[in-house]
Design a protein around this ligand. Structure first.
Ligand code: DQA
Length: 183
């Protein structure tokens, strides 16, 4: 069974009351309920976690190795400046999907993403649905990885192929890189 971890960063515990004109009125508890329901309907498992602390999120990313097939991450404002989050994402073999309720590209200039270059992809601007779309992307990645693991030989393009990331890491495929990192 595919297992996905959803991480909510700073201030997302206030969803529902926090700037509803931007973030909507859906609470974090309701988003988590929808995520669990979708995962169950898809025969998958999901754990959710929220923290207002950068280091706690870094720890959680590290601990996800070997336990989850993919991570859906809304890093909140850490998205815009946290190089420790970026490095943590780059350091682990678990694919990360970046999500945002609001369309960060249509907002203030400082809302650029420093984690975007090291995530698998980004979903931004669909309100609470961004999380559900992120979970669907995570499950598709997990399914594609398990196909590849069971000796897929049809030559079809895989969603797990990220040429830019491979180029940065010396051109080795993800699983090979994971093997290289193991002692
Ligand atoms: C956010 C966008 C960020 O710019 C902001 O700091 C947040 C929430 C979003 O989900 O739209 O806290 O990540």
């Amino acid at each position: 069974m595919a297992k996905v971890l959803v991480i909510h960063g700073p201030n997302l515990n206030l969803l529902g009351q926090r700037q509803p004109d931007i973030y909507g009125t859906t609470t974090l508890a309701e988003i988590d309920r929808r995520l669990v329901a979708l995962a169950r309907a898809e025969g998958a498992g999901v754990d959710t976690y929220q923290s207002n602390h950068e280091g706690a999120i870094v720890d959680r990313l590290h601990a996800a190795q070997g336990r989850y097939d993919a991570i859906v991450l809304n890093a909140g404002a850490l998205t815009h400046y946290s190089y420790s989050l970026r490095d943590a994402i780059a350091a682990i073999p678990v694919p990360v999907i970046e999500v945002h309720l609001s369309n960060i590209h249509a907002r203030e200039a400082f809302r650029i993403s420093v984690i975007a270059p090291v995530v698998r992809g980004q979903i931004s601007g669909f309100g609470a649905d961004s999380y559900l779309l992120g979970l669907r992307a995570a499950l598709a990645i997990a399914a594609s990885a398990s196909h590849a693991d069971s000796g897929r030989s049809d030559g079809a393009a895989s969603m797990t192929d990220v040429p830019a990331r491979r180029a940065r890491s010396g051109g080795a495929p993800r699983r090979q890189r994971a093997r290289q990192r193991r002692p």
